[in-house]
Every structure is written in structure tokens, then in C-alpha cells.
Design a protein around this ligand. Structure first.
Ligand code: NAD
Length: 511
């Protein structure tokens, strides 16, 4: 049985049946909203948004605090819903969905008013003598947020909280693989007292998402695969709708000769297997310099053998959330083996479990013609390649159409920074797996095929606003700058002034 499959429906909406990745038993059915439902939701959002935008940011931020309190109170419900639908471990459901959500809510609740405060900006040069500049951050209006299934609560809640506190109304479209988790985000905001219409969850599939993109909203914040991101960008291009795209990755890990190998091996295991490897910044390619290759592989193999996988009780690596992803993982490993790679641990579905479980897997002797090193695998697989030196590691790390994140392991911080700077990705971590999504001070976003734009933190929050500059005369001067009629005398005066400004020492000082 597939995780979600279309079933007969008696109405105009598409109907899906969900099943558990853990037990393969049915979980329930839901109806996908159609274009008319989406249009009606946009209408409700447009009605609710102006009054919300008129409230001070500090008041809007108080709602985030209430949602934070709800998340803490409802943590068991969140964990249960996410685990039921995805099969991830309880620890991961807590760390990724509950803890990170609390952190994001607390961060923006505390800082939004400061980040969105109107600013007086100094104007350079002579214009600054006559004019004053004030920038206010105005909400965009109605924002569509489309999210995937790998972090169904945090990815939805983090962006929704930012868009809302910035004064927008939000239409939130979760994945068809995890509709109940995203619906729960809507419930938490409702239970926290958020006025009606401001956060509406659109239950649905890809067609619902496409309808949202076409519905005339004021921004689309998309998180998902490169292929869908491209379609969303094309549609947004046609309607000139602003869009941010957080897409897939194929993150590289570089292990230098002076790395702390115990730490690096444990970083490789968690980086590749956390969230069953369904992590956009998961470690998908590992390049290890020759001098420490054997020792590193030995430690990783030993660590991987010790990882527990179970459908009941304590477990380190959970189920594969989506049956289609399981097929992709299997096909990448099969392709690697056919081309000469060696499976050192795992390499197949877990034969002892009924559900969708792929064993934690270590593969060596990989090369860059294998899908495992070129396409996003998104599974609990460590693909390790021996390289001569750091330069070769860097060249191979950059030989990818993806550019989301990556990590470098060395005891020498300066070497770490030097290598990190040359990795062609949106961000890099040194001596840790990639954690930048959880650090709002770090702008987050991919380069190359991994995305367009950056999210989170002060600038991400401002990305849900229009920075509205207002220029005013300082002294209320009588003369409008450059006013008609143009005269030869006026032009000569301007030329003389330009010569003074950029042709004399005093002028350059003023300009
Ligand atoms: P996906 O692209 O298949 O789906 C993402 C969302 O888009 C879903 O809600 C889906 O219903 C919707 N959708 C599908 N077709 C659409 C269309 N034509 N128009 C509008 N919306 C549409 O991705 P997925 O399989 O759900 O998620 C996994 C991918 O997400 C991986 O590639 C992963 O790396 C990426 N991801 C990226 C980040 C990041 O921050 N960069 C974070 C998490 C996941």
C-alpha cells in the first residue's frame, strides 16, 4: 500500500487514503481542496488581513508567545501526530518539530518589533543635507506557504510565524504525505486565539499547491524539491508574484587529515541518518583524504552497525516517510553497486520489519558517475569516497548542480574557514553537521539548483514585507530639485558642482 493513494470520491474534490509507514495500516482519508476552495480562502484572508496589519508588531508578537505556550503544552500531541504520519523517531519529532518550533517562535516573538521598527537612514553626500529618509516595513498582504513532508511542523510553523508577525495573512499548504501534521499547526494557532482567516491550512496535493500559486497572492514561500520549485518559479514568473525557493541538496562533507576522527565519524552518521536522511541539509557525499580514509571508514562502519532500527520502542533510525522515496533510495544504492561500489553496512530494506524501513547504510568505493553522488538520495545512506587531498575533495564537492550546505572537518580552524569559503553552497558548517536552518542569525538558502533567496532571521522576516522608503525635505525648501525650466546656466552650475564634488578633496569628503 502506498502512503497516500487516490480513492473514489463522490464530490468534486480529489480524495486520498493515507497509510502508516510503520505498520502500513490505513491512517485515514482526506479531501484535497480545489481551486474554488483556494480562491475562497484567499478571499477570507484578504478580509482579515488589514485589521491584523493595523495592529502594532508587539501585539502580533504576543500571539507568537501564546502559540509557543500551546506548543509546549501540546508537545505529546505534536510528537504523536508526526510519528504516526512519518514514522520518524520520537526524539527526532521532539528535537526537530517541537524544540525547533519553540525556538523559532521565541526568537521572533522577542525580536520582531525591533527588526520591523521604522528606520531613519542617513543619506550619503549632499542629498543628506537637504533630505531625510524613513523606511517602514509594510506587510505584503496574503502569503502562500508551501511545504514538504520531511519537517511538516517546523517548516510550516517557522515560515507562518514570520509571515504573520510581519502583518500578513497566511495560506499554508502542507504535503499530501503529511497533511495531519500541517493541519495541527493551524490548530495550534487557532487554540492560541489567532483571529479567524489569518492562518488557513489548505489540505491538498500538488494541484492544490498549483492553484495557490495561481491564486493571486502577494508572495509564495516554497520549500520542496528542485523539480516542483522550478514549476512554482515559472508560474510566479508569469504573474510576477515574488517567490522564495528553498530546494533540495546534495551536501558534501570534507574530512581533512587532521580531523578529530571520532567526532567526524559521529557527525557523518547523524548528518546522513537523522530524520531517516530526509533532511535537506543531510550529508549525502563524504570525501575523506587518503591519510585517514581507512580509519574513518572503520569508525563509521562500526557506528552504523550499532544503530538501532525498530518499529516499537527505542530506535535510532526511523521509517522512510514516503514509499516513493524508498524506491529512490533503493535505486540509487542499486545503481552504485552495479557500477562497482561496495556496501559495507545495510544496503537494503530492513527484512525484520513490516513497514517502510531502509537499513542505515554505508557505501564505499563510490564515483561521481553514480546517482548516489549526483542526485538527492534523501535516505539513511553514507556514501564515502577516498580523495588524494583537500583540493580534490573541494573540487568534487563543488562538482554538483546542488548547492545547499556542507561541512568541513579539521582541528585547524583557519584551514576550516579557508575551505568553507571555497565551497559553492548557501552555507557551511565546520566540525558539525549542518545546523544553519536552526540558527536564525545565519541567512539560510541555497545557490545553484538548491534555491533562490534566503530565509530566516531579520532579513528573512523583512522578506515578508515591502521596505517602503519615504524621502522628505529636511528644511521644507521652496525650490523643487531640478525644477523646470531647464537653462544653460542651470546646467553649467550642475557641471561645476559635479567637478567640485568628485574633483576636489573637500568635495570627495562630502560626497
Ligand atoms: P515536492 O516538491 O514534491 O513537494 C513540496 C510541496 O509542493 C508539497 O506540499 C506539494 O504538494 C507541493 N506541490 C507539488 N506540486 C506542486 C505544484 N505544481 N505547485 C505548487 N505546489 C506543488 O517535495 P517533497 O518531496 O514534499 O519534499 C522533499 C524535498 O524538499 C527535498 O528535495 C528536500 O531537499 C526539499 N527540502 C528543502 C528544504 C530547504 O529548506 N531547502 C527543506 C526541507 C526540504
Amino acid at each position: 500500500m502506498a502512503n497516500y493513494e487516490r480513492v473514489e470520491s463522490d464530490g468534486s474534490r480529489r480524495r486520498y487514503r493515507l497509510s502508516s509507514p510503520v505498520s502500513l495500516e490505513p491512517l485515514g482519508e482526506f479531501e484535497a481542496m480545489n481551486a474554488e476552495d483556494v480562491a475562497a480562502a484567499v478571499k477570507r484572508a484578504r478580509k482579515a488581513q488589514p485589521a491584523w496589519a493595523a495592529r502594532p508588531v508587539s501585539e502580533r508578537a504576543r500571539y507568537l508567545k501564546r502559540v509557543l505556550a500551546r506548543v509546549l503544552e501540546a508537545q505529546d500531541r505534536i510528537i504523536e501526530t508526526v510519528v504516526r504520519e512519518t514514522g520518524k523517531t520520537e526524539t527526532e519529532a521532539f528535537a526537530m518539530e517541537v524544540f525547533s518550533s519553540c525556538d523559532a517562535l521565541g526568537y521572533y516573538a522577542k525580536r520582531a518589533a525591533r527588526f520591523l521598527r521604522p528606520e531613519k537612514r542617513r543619506i550619503h553626500g549632499v542629498m543628506g543635507i537637504a533630505k531625510q529618509l524613513r523606511v517602514v516595513y509594510k506587510p505584503l498582504g496574503v502569503v502562500g506557504i508551501i511545504v514538504p513532508w520531511n519537517g511538516p511542523v517546523i517548516l510550516a510553523l517557522n515560515q507562518a510565524a514570520q509571515a504573520l508577525v510581519a502583518g500578513n495573512a497566511v495560506l499554508l499548504k502542507g504535503s499530501e504525505v503529511t497533511p495531519y501534521s500541517t493541519a495541527l499547526v493551524g490548530e495550534l494557532f487557532r487554540e492560541a486565539g489567532l483571529p479567524d482567516g489569518l492562518l488557513q491550512v489548505l489540505m491538498g496535493d500538488g494541484e492544490t499547491g498549483a492553484a495557490l500559486v495561481e491564486a493571486g497572492v502577494d508572495k509564495i514561500s516554497f520549500t520542496g524539491s528542485v523539480a516542483t520549485g522550478r514549476r512554482v518559479a515559472e508560474a510566479c514568473g508569469r504573474s510576477l508574484t515574488p517567490v522564495s525557493l528553498e530546494l533540495g541538496g546534495k551536501d558534501a562533507m570534507i574530512v581533512c587529515a587532521d580531523a578529530d576522527l571520532d567526532r567526524a565519524a559521529s557527525g557523518a552518521l547523524i548528518g546522513s541518518c537523522m530524520n531517516t536522511g530526509h533532511y535537506c541539509c543531510g550529508t549525502e557525499r563524504i570525501y575523506v583524504v587518503d591519510a585517514v580514509y581507512e580509519a574513518f571508514v572503520e569508525k563509521v562502519v562500526e557506528g552504523a552497525r550499532g544503530l538501532r532500527q525498530s518499529d516499537a520502542g527505542e530506535s535510532d533510525v526511523g521509517a522512510v516517510f514516503w514509499d516513493r522515496q524508498l524506491e529512490i533510495i533503493e535505486s540509487h544504492v542499486r545503481d552504485a553497486v552495479e557500477r562497482g561500489a561496495r556496501v559495507r553496512v545495510g544496503g537494503a530494506r530492513n527484512p525484520d520489519l513490516r513497514g517502510q524501513y531502509f537499513q542505515p547504510t554505508v557505501v564505499t568505493d563510490v564515483t561521481h558517475d553514480m546517482q548516489l553522488m549526483r542526485e538527492e538520495t534523501f535516505g539513511p545512506v553514507l556514501a564515502i569516497m577516498r580523495v588524494d587531498d583537500e583540493e580534490e575533495a573541494l573540487r568534487l564537492a563543488n562538482d554538483s548542480r546542488y548547492g545547499l550546505s556542507g561541512n568541513v572537518w579539521t582541528r585547524d580552524k583557519a584551514r576550516g574557514f579557508a575551505l568553507a569559503e571555497r565551497i559553492e553552497t548557501g552555507g557551511v558548517c565546520i566540525n558539525d553537521m549542518t545546523l544553519t536552518y536552526g540558527v536564525p542569525e545565519a541567512p539560510f538558502g541555497g545557490v545553484k539548483d538548491s534555491g533562490v533567496g534566503q530565509v530566516n532571521g531579520r532579513d528573512g522576516l523583512r522578506g515578508y514585507c515591502h521596505a517602503h522608503p519615504m524621502l522628505v525635505d529636511r528644511f521644507g525648501g521652496k525650490q523643487v530639485q531640478g525644477a523646470y525650466p531647464y537653462t544653460e546656466k542651470g546646467l553649467a552650475g550642475m557641471k561645476k558642482f559635479a567637478k567640485f564634488l568628485w574633483g576636489s578633496r573637500l568635495g570627495r569628503l562630502l560626497s
